[in-house]
Structures are given as C-alpha cells and as structure tokens.
Design a protein around this ligand. Structure first.
Ligand code: NAD
Length: 232
C-alpha cells in the first residue's frame, strides 16, 4: 500500500530547544539587531556590511548547535509516511536530523548567492563561513545571503502550496503563524486532511475546523508524535 502523504510545516520553535532563539524571544540575536535592518531588502541595500555581520554570527551559532528530538522524530516519520518538510527556518537542523526532503521557504543560512545571477548559489563550509561586502565569487561578483528578505517574493511558495494540497496529514510545529505568506499555507490542506499543530503558545486557529492543537515544547512532545499522527 502507498504510504500516506505527510507534510510537516515548521517554524523557529522547532529549533528553539537546540538553542537557536526564535524571532520574538527576548535575549536572542534578533533583539540586538532591528529586524528591518538585518532581514529586509532595504536594510541590505543600505548597510550590507551590517547584514553580512549578522548572518556570519548566525552561521557561527548554527555550527555550535545540534538537531533536537523533534528534528529527529520528524526524520523518523519517513519510515512510515511519504514526508515533505516545509520549513520557515534558515538553519539546517532538519537535514542534520535526517530529513531527506526539506523545502526552505525563507532560504538557507549556509548558502550565499551571486548578486548578479541569483541562480549561482554557493554552499558555505565550516572552514569558510565568513562573507562580507568585499567577498567575490569566481566571476568577480559580490555575494548576498541566500535568504528571503522581508519585502522580497517567496519563490518556493507555489511549490509549497502544491505539496500542502496533496497531503493526507498536515503537521505544524513551532510557528506563530504570523509571517506571511508562509502562514497562509494553512488554507491549502484538503478538507479531509488531518491537521495537528504543536506549539508552546499556539496561535488562534479556530477559523479552520478540525485542527488538533497540542500545547507544549516540540522536543518534549516528539516521542509521542508518531502516536498523535496514527490516532483516528
Ligand atoms: P516565530 O518566532 O514567529 O514563532 C515561533 C513560535 O515557536 C511561537 O509560536 C512560539 O510559541 C513557538 N515556540 C517557541 N519555543 C517552542 C518550543 N520549544 N516548541 C514548540 N514551539 C515553540 O517564528 P516563525 O513562525 O518561524 O516565523 C519567524 C520568522 O523568523 C521566519 O520567517 C523564520 O524564517 C525566521 N527565523 C528562523 C529561525 C531559524 O532558522 N531557526 C530562527 C528565528 C527566526
């Protein structure tokens, strides 16, 4: 029998217990740098040095953390389900946790791309993490973070909609459902799909009938995720 299609949609909360601060957590990197300065197209145009510095710091932070029980539990679901992960996160903890199909809606921290040709994307390595306004690729072109800045289109959104439209189960973990268009994905699971939403402080989702909301930390709920999905 064909495996059921499971789409897992994650946000910053799934990585919180790995030690990466969420957007709105006090004390995180995001507090020290106004978001529109470091994560917007205007901010990058105004002060690329500051934006590079911010992402360099985030890369260093990422190297020092590990996937948590939630990332690993999601990867293990591939044994039972046909799984696609759609993440708003720019970290690579789903991949390092073992997930094989991960769509990054908002880009990837460990990649940069050419300012001249956006199809030229470069993967950074542990020994080569730091990028600045003077960095050049082999064509002599400047580089930018491979991040979808605020004020930019989300190029993977159409593909994400397609995946969500075809799911039997939609599992949402650790997102405030505040950042659009990503949060709008909740409109697209088929009516008969089962929807489960895990978050320490879940957003109000009562406009969509039949969502099972589980309040709690992703890594603590992780051992029960398989049972939650199997429940009728
Ligand atoms: P968000 O910060 O708006 O919301 C995080 C959500 O996670 C909140 O609803 C919070 O209640 C929940 N949460 C916190 N700790 C949790 C835990 N241990 N278990 C389960 N849930 C927990 O994040 P968002 O919805 O992903 O949107 C913010 C934007 O910021 C996204 O665009 C994302 O790209 C970016 N961002 C990414 C990272 C990352 O890559 N790890 C980190 C911070 C922000």
């Amino acid at each position: 029998m064909a495996k059921k299609r499971l789409v897992v949609f994650t946000g910053a909360g799934v990585s919180a217990e790995s030690g990466i601060s969420t957007f709105r957590d006090a004390g995180g990197l995001w507090d020290k740098y106004p978001v529109m300065q470091v994560a917007s197209a205007d901010g990058f145009a105004r002060d690329p040095a500051l934006v590079h510095q911010f992402y360099n710091m985030r890369r260093k932070e990422l190297l020092g953390v590990e996937p948590n029980a939630a990332h690993r539990a999601i990867a293990e679901l591939e044994a039972t389900y046909d799984v696609d992960v759609i993440t708003q996160n720019v970290d690579n903890l789903h991949e390092r946790g073992g997930s094989t199909r991960v769509l990054h809606l908002h880009g990837e921290l460990m990649k940069v791309r050419s300012l001249r040709d956006e199809s030229r994307i470069y993967e950074l390595t542990e020994g080569n993490l730091m990028v600045d306004e003077n960095s050049r690729d082999e064509y002599g072109d400047g580089l930018r973070p491979h991040i979808v800045f605020f004020q930019e289109d989300v190029p993977m959104f159409e593909r994400a909609i397609e995946l969500v439209r075809s799911c039997d189960i939609f599992l949402i973990i650790g997102t405030s459902l505040n950042v659009y268009p990503a949060a709008g994905l909740l409109v697209y699971p088929p009516k008969i799909a089962k929807i489960i939403y895990i978050d320490t402080n879940p957003a109000k989702v009562d406009w969509r009938a039949g969502i099972k909301v589980v309040a709690g930390k992703a890594a603590e709920i992780a051992p029960t995720i398989a049972d939650l999905l199997a429940e009728e």
